[in-house]
Design a protein around this ligand. Structure first.
Ligand SMILES: Cc1cc2nc3c(=O)[nH]c(=O)nc-3n(C[C@H](O)[C@H](O)[C@H](O)COP(=O)(O)OP(=O)(O)OC[C@H]3O[C@@H](n4cnc5c(N)ncnc54)[C@H](O)[C@@H]3O)c2cc1C
Length: 505
């Protein structure tokens, strides 16, 4: 018999910037999340916001749309950029401390794709940790918020409505029923062998929403960060874009600068362009790629996190060139959600990196995603608080949620390598077919565990969406179709067939 518990308030799954912001806006709420840290903790560069007197939400929106490959949805982008200053003020009111100049004014950095200095940061390059510190302090002092340290394995339905979740605590499974479920489970960077994302960022929320029949969107669009420190670590330490904003340049093994040949904005060109340039430096045997940050004054003070990563492998950024590689970093695809986080399935909301609202289109502007969690998190709370429905009827959930062991075997590493080699930042039709076939060969083995099932379901969707998009746009680059095709300037929507569901008993 599976234990079933009825909760008297909405359930938020995930405790990054998006989940905690939702929780803080609700009159009473349960937050369920394992103790592992999501991406928010690791965010370095900062939060993009139109803060200075020579900037405006309109200009921020224009920059966001300019890099979105034609797929950014203007109405949604405007909600983000107009809501930015108030969202940041709220965070400061909660106690978040951002770096300031001697006059007490907030310091603003410039990052790729931004026309001006607009990125708030904390402790130099430890912005995410400061955001989490402030949000967690607020959550812990608020007795309306109950935290449950468990992993969610699947969604529970009554009829066509999401009414709860199946949770795991070791081998024990329990069903929690709730009047609303919000997924804030983060992105899917762990599908790739080269990623900056921590181990918790596996895409589980996206996969479970798909299994419950929720519409998914833009699954082919993965953002590859150009500059991860390439020293054999997993996850790969990020070398924040702000380094290039502060004057670091990209050079080959002989110290020759190469970005001006690729784009007029050189090192500050949009991420996909810089990432591909670095890829070609290796692929075409042009002498590799290194970040030369030796011109940055007070490196250790300005970028303590990067400094520590570099020193841990014997590199001193003020003296040595830092070897770089692109790495999967941010997922523009995910659960299709509207301006209030509503998904296509009643009872289910999605917010933050697991959602796909069109705010980033085919490519995210640097430092827009912490802001997304803050702005859309608040909107989700407002919507959920007027839309709750008590679960009535017989709950059903996928059978596998109760049967499968959690941890995947070595086949998961094979999958991650296939995704990097064939579904990475330079894709081709034949390579994508090969990936599809190799994934299908691994599917039976992978489906024997919770983690493997999630990875193979999502990887196949990313691969098939990438095959279908026979053009290049934003984060999706096809070497066999290197230009955008105006006929394909639309989002990709997937309505996954409902997986087999079974009664909870
Ligand atoms: C190294 C790095 C640097 C970055 N720098 C920046 C930056 O400077 N500025 C910026 O805007 N963005 C940055 N990003 C991106 C940004 O951090 C993320 O997009 C954002 O933090 C996502 O927030 P989130 O709340 O949606 O998800 P996350 O912060 O990833 O949180 C997801 C939560 O869901 C939980 N979870 C996952 N699966 C389950 C499950 N099955 N059951 C229960 N809980 C689950 C996780 O444990 C975690 O608590 C960076 C990302 C990385 C990896």
């Amino acid at each position: 018999m599976t234990r079933i518990t009825r909760l008297d308030a909405p359930l938020v799954v995930g405790s990054g910037v998006a989940g905690l912001t939702v929780a803080l806006g609700l009159p009473r709420v349960y937050v369920i999340s394992p103790p592992d840290m999501g991406s928010t903790w690791w965010a370095q560069g900062g939060i993009a916001v139109a803060w200075s007197s020579d900037d405006s939400p309109r200009q921020h929106a224009d920059d966001t749309l300019a890099v979105s490959g034609g797929l950014g949805v203007e109405q949604i982008v405007e909600i983000l950029t107009k809501g930015g200053p108030a969202a940041v003020e709220n965070l400061i009111a909660l106690g978040a401390q951002f770096d300031r100049d001697p006059d007490g004014e907030l310091l603003l950095a410039r990052e790729g794709g931004h026309r001006t200095r607009r990125v708030l940061h904390a402790d130099g390059d430890a912005t995410g940790a400061e955001v989490m510190r402030a949000l967690l302090a607020a959550v812990e002092s608020d007795d309306r918020i109950v935290t449950i340290p468990r992993r969610v394995l699947d969604l529970v339905m009554i009829g066509d409505r999401v009414t709860g979740v199946v949770t795991s605590e070791g081998k024990k499974r329990e069903v929690l029923l709730a009047p609303a479920v919000v997924l804030a489970t983060g992105g899917a960077g762990r599908l790739y062998s080269h990623t900056t994302n921590p181990p918790a960022v596996t895409g589980e929320g996206i996969a479970m929403a798909g299994r419950a029949g929720a519409r998914l969107a833009d699954m082919e669009f993965v953002q590859f960060h150009p500059t991860a420190l390439d020293v054999g670590k997993d996850p790969m330490p990020l070398l924040t874009e702000a380094l290039r904003g502060d004057g670091a340049i990209l050079v080959d093994a002989h110290g020759r600068r190469f970005m001006p040949q690729y784009h007029p904005m050189a090192e500050l060109a949009p991420r996909d362009i810089v990432a591909r340039a670095i890829f070609w430096q290796y692929d075409r045997g042009l002498g590799g790629a290194y970040l030369d940050a030796s011109s940055i004054i007070d490196f250790a003070g300005r970028f303590p996190t990067v400094n520590a990563h570099a020193h841990s492998v014997g590199l001193d950024p003020s003296e040595h060139l830092l070897p770089v590689s692109p790495a999967a970093h941010y997922y523009m695809g995910g659960i299709d959600a509207d301006v209030n986080g509503r998904t296509s399935v009643p009872g289910l909301w999605a917010v933050g990196e697991c959602s796909s609202t069109g705010v980033h289109g085919a490519n995210r502007l640097a430092s827009n995603s912490l802001l997304e969690g803050l702005v859309f998190g608040a909107r989700v709370s407002a919507d959920v608080s007027v839309s709750m429905v008590e679960p009535m009827g017989e709950p059903i959930a996928p059978k596998e949620a109760f049967d499968l062991p959690l941890v995947a075997g070595p086949a998961l590493e094979d999958l991650r390598q296939i995704m990097w080699d064939r579904v990475g930042l330079v894709r081709t039709g034949p390579g994508l077919w090969e990936a599809r076939n190799s994934l299908l060969e691994l599917e039976t083995v992978l489906r024997r565990t919770v983690a493997g099932r999630v990875a193979v379901e999502l990887s196949l969707m990313v691969t098939l969406a990438a095959l279908r998009r026979s053009e290049s746009r934003g984060g999706h680059y096809r070497a066999d179709y290197p230009e955008p095709d105006p006929m394909q300037e639309h989002r990709t929507l997937i309505d996954p067939a409902r997986a087999q569901m079974t009664g909870v008993s």
